[in-house]
Design a protein around this ligand. Structure first.
Ligand SMILES: Cc1ncc(COP(=O)(O)O)c(C=O)c1O
Length: 480
């Protein structure tokens, strides 16, 4: 069994084995003609259930054959131009190379003595990101597992900076279309049930700052503590960007921590054309960025950045075995001092290899392309009487709904759209997402693939209309 350990004696086997896996994936990617096979849980589960994990195949090729049946064949392929559903980007090859290297070397980024150069690379990427944001000389941050963890950590720091034990009095202000991880964080941080105050959005799905000012004032008058405002730079559904400069003003006025959730909109930090859309982000106290959403990085790759490095001390604990206090005096950089995690992947390497191969402009151009594609999609939808489309895109999502001319019952239209999404998924021809707008069911395209064309969008719209019409036709038959 020692022959399976990766070391000096098995380097050749490592090369063979990983190459074999890469060959399979490469062949798969080349042959994928749909984003999904449409397999159902009931059809796939027995294949996986039947595998006896206590009876190994003892042969890599056989395992890869088996993997074809249990995973590769039916996986959802984000690289396919008709995968248009969630915030999953196709990944760039330099990042995948980084991923292969980091898992083989397997550095753990908690301490210098488990990563050495890895620590410095991560720190340099954090500095690069804070400079792109414009957070100033004292900024810092750390890589995290994703936007959810970044938001949690940012709000932990905000809670501690509020300097109170009366957690029940703390309030977080976030728009009604902010990410649910804000509410989840409030709960995890021990805040009260009413801790998150939902601020209405305007027609473009951006936080209404007049309403925010009103709520901040009310909070103060009620003797409560405005702990943080979460501004979203790229809402999950609409890609809308809250008015960052106005929010920054209000945060300053009320002495409130400003967190910018740029999990999605962070792609604009590299944008060649649209960077100004996130102007004002430089005034944040903390920022969430998800490189795995708009920097074309594999999951996971995310970071939380802060204006004042010293606030990261709220996540610092010392353990004699790992990062004793004396190491701080010795100026040994232990990233665990800043992180909610202990053992931690060297995800930063993926971004490093990407920037060194492609450069930031390369990433930014790809993101600009999907923003431009969304405008093309908007034009198609706005001109198509079969669809109602919600807001003009700021980033790369489109929220819309099929509205048949002959049907007026909104509940029936809901059902037709829900059906269309399901039927499309089952066909595997395309994958789209769904959401609710003012209580009604809508469909969503999240465009993150520069290979997707306006023709793809038009074709998927036709498929959606076809499925919805089929549902309505059958529904009429049922009624008669
Ligand atoms: C605006 C926003 N914030 C946070 C998150 C959570 O990010 P993650 O899924 O990486 O935890 C998402 C995910 O879609 C998001 O859209």
């Amino acid at each position: 069994m020692r022959s399976h350990l990766l070391n000096d004696t098995t380097a050749e086997q490592y090369r063979r084995s990983v190459t074999e896996g890469i060959e399979r994936v490469a062949a798969k990617l080349a042959a994928t003609d749909r984003p999904f096979t449409g397999v159902t849980v009931d059809a796939l589960a027995p294949t996986i259930d039947a595998i006896d994990l206590d009876k190994p195949l003892l042969d890599t090729a056989a395992v890869l054959d088996e993997l074809e049946d249990v995973y590769l064949r039916d996986a959802i392929y984000f690289h396919h131009p008709r995968y248009l559903a969630h915030l999953n980007c196709p990944v760039v090859i330099p990042a995948v190379l980084g991923e292969a290297i980091l898992s083989a070397v397997n550095s753990s980024l908690d301490t210098w003595d488990q990563s050495a150069g890895g620590t410095l690379i991560e720190r340099k990427l954090i500095d690069w990101t804070t400079a792109r944001i414009g957070l100033g000389e004292n900024a810092d941050g750390v890589f995290t597992s994703g936007g959810t963890q970044s938001n949690l950590q940012a709000l932990l720091l905000a809670r501690e900076e509020a300097k109170t034990d009366s957690f029940a009095k703390l309030r977080i202000f976030a728009s009604e279309v902010s990410h649910f991880s804000v509410k989840k964080s409030a709960k995890l941080l021990g805040l009260g049930q009413d801790a998150v105050v939902s601020i209405p959005v305007d027609h473009d799905k951006r936080m209404q700052t007049v309403a925010l000012a009103h709520e901040l004032e009310r909070c103060k008058n009620d003797g409560l503590i405005p702990m943080a405002v979460v501004a979203t730079a790229g809402t999950t559904d609409f890609g809308s960007i809250d008015p960052l400069p106005e929010i920054a003003e209000l945060c300053e006025q009320f002495g409130t921590w400003m967190h910018v959730d740029a999990a999605y909109g962070c792609g604009l930090l590299a944008s060649v054309k649209y960077r100004d859309r996130i102007d004002g982000i430089e005034r944040a106290d903390s920022v969430t960025v998800d490189y795995h959403k708009s920097f074309f990085q594999p999951v996971s790759s995310s970071a939380v950045l802060v204006r004042d490095a010293s606030t990261l001390r709220h996540a610092t604990y010392h353990a004699e075995y790992l990062n004793p206090k004396r190491m701080v005096q010795e100026r040994i950089p232990n990233q665990v001092d800043k992180s909610l995690q202990t053992t931690r992947r060297f995800d930063a390497l993926k971004l490093w290899v990407t920037l060194r191969v492609m450069g930031a402009d390369g990433i930014g151009q790809l993101f600009d392309e999907v923003c431009d594609l969304a405008v093309e999609g908007w034009n198609l939808l706005a001109a198509d009487p079969r669809f109602d489309v919600v807001v003009e895109p700021t980033l790369s999502t489109l929220v819309f709904r099929y509205i048949p001319a002959a049907v007026t019952d909104p509940a029936e239209i809901d059902r037709a759209n829900l059906y269309a999404r399901k039927a499309l998924f089952a066909s595997g021809d395309a994958v789209v997402a769904g959401t609710k707008v003012q209580g009604r069911h809508y469909l969503k395209f999240t465009l993150l693939n520069p290979e997707t064309t306006a023709d793809d969008i038009a074709a998927v719209l036709d498929l959606i209309a076809g499925h919805a019409e089929q549902y309505l036709g059958e529904s009429l038959d049922r009624a008669s």
